[in-house]
Design a binder for this molecule. Sequence first.
Ligand code: ZN
Length: 158
Amino acid sequence: MALRNIREMGDSVLNKVSREVKEITPKIRELVEDMYDTMYEAQGVGLAAPQVGVLKRIVVVDISPEGNQPITLINPVIVEESGSQTGDEGCLSVPNKCGVVTRPEHVKVKAFDIDMNEFEMEADGLLARAFCHEIDHLDGHLYVELVEGDLKVLTEEE
Ligand code: ZN
């Protein structure tokens, strides 16, 4: 298990556009494993490679409470979206804060898995929100750009 340092808002790497992954190398596999370790340790539901300082189009997501439904997205693209949901969102790169963001209720994502097999996946609710949030990171965008109203500060109990 290897934890990587999570970059925080203000670090310019978070505002850059990530590059597509051309092939899966041992280094990429190690990066993805470390991203899961880092995300689970930080109790997040998603992490994008730029958040650990690597400008590659790689996202890991797991919204299950048990942390046993990992989804790896390489070069993900949202190909369909519909509906809308408005709710609180947070980010491991913006610690102890949250804010209200409106996202599509439903998305269809096209991506490659860790063996570079292309797949499509439909998602609703929290999973759709997580996909949109993480894919935004790959284009250098943070959710704080979309927050309606003020960014809220979380207290210990929250
Ligand atoms: Zn984030």
